[in-house]
Design a binder for this molecule. Sequence first.
Ligand SMILES: Nc1ncnc2c1ncn2[C@@H]1O[C@H](COP(=O)(O)OP(=O)(O)OP(=O)(O)O)[C@@H](O)[C@H]1O
Ligand SMILES: [Mg+2]
Length: 590
Amino acid sequence: MAHGNHMKDGGKPKEAKKTFLRLISYMACDRRLLLVIGFLIIVSLVSSLAGSYMIRPIINDYIIPGDLQGLVRILLILGAVYITGVAAVYIQYRLLNEIGQRTVTRMRIELFGKMERLPITYFDTHQHGDLMSRYTNDIDRISDALTDSLSDMLSSALSLVGIFVLMLYISPVLTLVTLITVPVMFLFARMTVGKSRKYFRAQQESLGHINGYIEEMISGQKVIKVFGHEKQVISGFDVRNEDLKGKSLKAQFYSGLMMPVMQNLNTLNYVIITIAGALLAIFRGFDVGGLAAFLQYSRQFGRPINELASLYNNIQAAFAGAERIFAIMDEAPEMPDAPDAVALNDVKGDVTFSRVFFGYKPGKTILKDVSLHARRGCKIALVGATGAGKTTILNLLPRFFDIWEGEITIDGCPVRSVTRESLRKAMAIVLQDTHLFTGSVRENIRFGRPDATDAEVVEAAKLTAAHSFIKRLPRGYDTLLENDGANLSQGQRQLLNIARAAVADPPILLLDEATSNIDTRSEILIQQGLDKLMEGRTSLIIAHRLSTIRNADLILVLEDGRIVEQGNHRELLQLRGRYYSLNQEQFEAY
Ligand SMILES: Nc1ncnc2c1ncn2[C@@H]1O[C@H](COP(=O)(O)OP(=O)(O)OP(=O)(O)O)[C@@H](O)[C@H]1O
Ligand SMILES: [Mg+2]
């Protein structure tokens, strides 16, 4: 499991710093806005610090001497200072919100773009729900952190510095006293930080697992009901839910621990300073205004530390989310085209496999020494038992996977040395498992070639015998398909998939069990359609019912990843080998 690993190796502070910097780099596009925000933070900070400092002259120069007029004047100034601060904070939050949303939008775009560049293997090996969780939960955590926590952290950190300087200015001795408790605070913070970070990562991961599970169970509802697995499924969910609860509890506990402890330390600090300050005022003539201002600061000094601690919660969750998102972004994309890759133009459709070896996983060879030659416009059929490797052969031509050994060529050009885009444009595939998108029937057919006209869509549907059933749909070609065409029968879905290939009008056709879900009568219809469709195109077809491939130019019999027999229908029957017995079996079965 690729996503289980980084729990161990991501815990180092260096890793956290990298994640942080990378997160920041997403905001860098809004540099100017960030500068404005930085300026506003400073304005609000200065006004708050100045406001607190003004207590000193208010007490010393106006209250103690009893200067009422002066007092009113300085209070007005104080009011103005505070209002400026509040306004700065308000604007700052509005802007941050905007930046935060823009940043996560950029991340979502990049994440989705990346997904479209990942190899098929990635989706084979990752739970879809977990991937989806990264788009939703993880992105949300980041958005929360960027909009609220980040600026708060920044202003907290800055005010920490500012307050410290002012405290030092008012009374170095009292500042020293304050520093007694500060190291304890920092030590404690560091301790809890490590722990909560670990559990926040575990929490997000666990959330991903639970989402993966839910997604799987939703799509498998029918199977679950038929086999009466509801109870097991629920208890499976409970296990994951408990796991999530445990991890969340721990994450919350460690991050929640910080606040109260810090507050107590802060109160302790306050008491110590009050006593020390009072002694200084009595015995050393320290001014009362100064003491009042200092106490104000010392309380404020604790606040940013508190805030940093509580914000930590959000930041941790965001980091954990960011790590999971970056993990996808760092995933190796589909091998890029060779730098000297050429575009495949005017494809005639001469396909060869020579001595091809391939397996999905290292060490497990699936295709062994497969060679075939499909001349332009030929119809080649692949037959063989389940798991023999028929679909695998079709997967290799559009380079969903790359072969280990041997060579595949189109018109004499090795597929490795042409651009994937032009390669895939040269062929249309009807997959064994159909897929339809949310949208109208027309849009789904047009998916094969976006610039096809309405007339061409209808023509393709007529050719592949889909037209008659589409006409009977409530809104014909405008009928909306939802949820992978759940409102259609399996055979109808297959017909639409075939029509989609037809409208693409490519020189090479790959059909995987295209007629497997279709009744015998429709099959004859569609067979005629397919025959017309295949005319003049190189076609590689896989069929279970041998009757549909009788007229193929070449039939290849696969057994355990090897081609064991080849020839046309008549030749193979005469051979009285594998094909012959396959044929006999089917003949008897019907
Ligand atoms: N995505 C995959 N990852 C790993 N192994 C796979 C994958 N797809 C298929 N295989 C393995 O490759 C072998 C050949 O599978 P393939 O799908 O080519 O069979 P097939 O001849 O098309 O069978 P069927 O008639 O059932 O469609 C099988 O043993 C299967 O276990
Ligand atoms: Mg197959």
